[in-house]
Design a protein around this ligand. Sequence first.
Ligand code: SF4
Length: 347
Amino acid sequence: MKTLVVPFFIPHLGCPHRCVFCDQEKIAGARPILPSPHEITARIHEYRGSAPGRSVEVAFFGGTFTALPRADQERLLAPLQPLIAGGEVVKVRVSTRPDAVSADDASFLKRMGVRLVELGVQSMDDEVLELSGRGHQASHVEEAFRHLKKAGIAVGAQLMPGLPGDTEARSLASLERVLKLEPACLRIYPALVLEGTELARRYREGGYAPLSLPAAVTVGKQMLRAALKHGVPVLRIGLHPSIELAAPGVVLAGPEHPALGQLLESELYYDAARVLAAEIPRGSRVVLSCHPRRISDLIGQRRRNLARLKEEFGIEVAAVQPREGLGRTVVALAWGGGERSVDLLEL
Ligand code: SF4
């Protein structure tokens, strides 16, 4: 049974940094309003009540957890201790900045039962980090990984292709550098221009251009493929289409898509299908197969991949069949002349 995640959003209020993509006007200067111990336990009990029998993970999303005063961190984690001891909460995760994790922070988190820390890495290119006002360097990421892993805590990384100064090659190099650190998971959020940010000002003045959606798809799918090759799960691609983001005027520009991850996965399957389609005569009728869980990725949103195969290679897809025996990244194509298959991780 899948673990039930009980989320707590720790506001970015009071952050002293100046990342160009973040809405500083709203966050500067104020003190975070954190959930009280009572609110934390009440929410966990409420979630457990709605899904009896499921293991519970508590996740503190957003914010810079380890930059909070230690007393606040303790206040958030203390109510979880009896639940962890009693096996009611099986995992605790927090997110933070790479330069806000010392060896002492890591051992404190470990003592308090935190099992995963997600780092807002964004890029491993110092020029991109500098141009994005991040206030830390790639070496801080490596240091944070070292401290956390030494303490026995798994580390996740969030990457943001398309920041100022970034290029496709830099995004891919950033990912490769992060993969060498053996992250437990990744999130990929192509940079968006949000109203009220420094990025919005630069965008309006012509000093910054975000990735187009096709460019984000091109770089994103290569990142996704590299992560899959290393066996690192990608938990999310593209910002969650929250009510806040959907409000008119919030996102000024950038590769916004309600299901970017799905789109990228489907592109990877299309790449595999087109390698196979290129090898057979135009006008062939074919049957495509893949693992049952990947059927919709192979077909594509609104059957787009099948239409593209016809348009690009003149082949007619008679059926798309699920086949248990195929690996999750394998696509097979059968036609009058036999069957061929390809693993999209090998493209
Ligand atoms: S994104 Fe940057 S500026 Fe915004 S809260 Fe995080 S560290 Fe602070």
